[in-house]
Design a protein around this ligand. Structure first.
Ligand code: B16
Ligand code: MG
Length: 211
């Protein structure tokens, strides 16, 4: 592999918490009488919590104060964390687990670059809390994807330049962030056909074929 480091997005790449995000936002939207469905939920992939809330409130007839919004985000997060509590190492797909194990036998540095402030909790639930060389997440950034900050932080933590790292992403906002930061990107899942990505992965283990 030509890269000295790989920076993985978390949600949608390492594991899937989409359904939990959807259920938690849906509970809030229903309570507020705002239309929200799975298609709109797709717009929230890789987007920060507050930016996601703004997307949901676009469909509301009411104007809410910043205080209301902070309370809504808190409410959604409480529901979401309760749902995350159901996760276990079984939620780490076999293909991901085997590929990570294989990569760990090389000297490639492995890091997380996620927008989520719940990253430490999710990693703990799926049994990967001490697996990665570095974790950059929503708790250590001021600009969310599509800003490249989280990937630049991750690269800095493993002492590599963007040109030496590959970013793996499932969200268009994340692919944009990687390119903006000067990284090559491998796109998977929802963003797989994103033309800005250098590599297009059908499955996670396709990473092992990148030379
Ligand atoms: P939180 P990623 C992102 O994680 C999710 O894709 C996105 O749906 C979520 O809004 C964002 O994290 C913030 O999450 O509310 O847990 O801080 O894909 O960047 O790993
Ligand atoms: Mg993602």
């Amino acid at each position: 592999m030509r890269y000295k480091g790989i920076i993985f997005d978390l949600d949608g790449v390492i594991c899937s918490t989409d359904e939990y995000h959807y259920l938690a936002w849906k509970a809030l939207a229903d309570r507020l009488g705002i239309p929200f469905d799975r298609e709109r939920n797709n717009l929230l992939r890789g987007v920060s919590r507050m930016a996601s809330l703004e997307v949901i409130l676009e469909k509301s007839c009411t104007t809410y104060s910043d205080e209301d919004k902070a309370a809504f985000a808190e409410e959604k997060n409480a529901t979401y964390r309760q749902l995350l509590g159901r996760m276990s190492p079984k939620d780490l797909p076999d293909d991901v687990q085997n590929t990570l194990k294989a990569l760990r036998t090389s000297d490639i540095k492995l890091a997380i670059g996620s927008s989520s402030k719940n990253t430490p909790f999710i990693l703990e639930r799926i049994g990967l809390e001490s697996f990665f060389d570095a974790v950059a997440d929503g708790n250590c950034i001021t600009h969310s994807k599509p800003h490249p900050e989280v990937f630049l932080k991750a690269a800095g933590m493993i002492s590599l330049s963007p040109q030496e790292c590959l970013v793996v992403e499932d969200a268009h906002a994340g692919v944009e962030a990687a390119i903006a930061g000067g990284f090559d990107c491998a796109a998977i899942g929802d963003a797989r056909d994103d033309g800005r990505a250098k590599w297009h992965l059908e499955k996670f283990s396709d990473l092992l074929h990148i030379r």
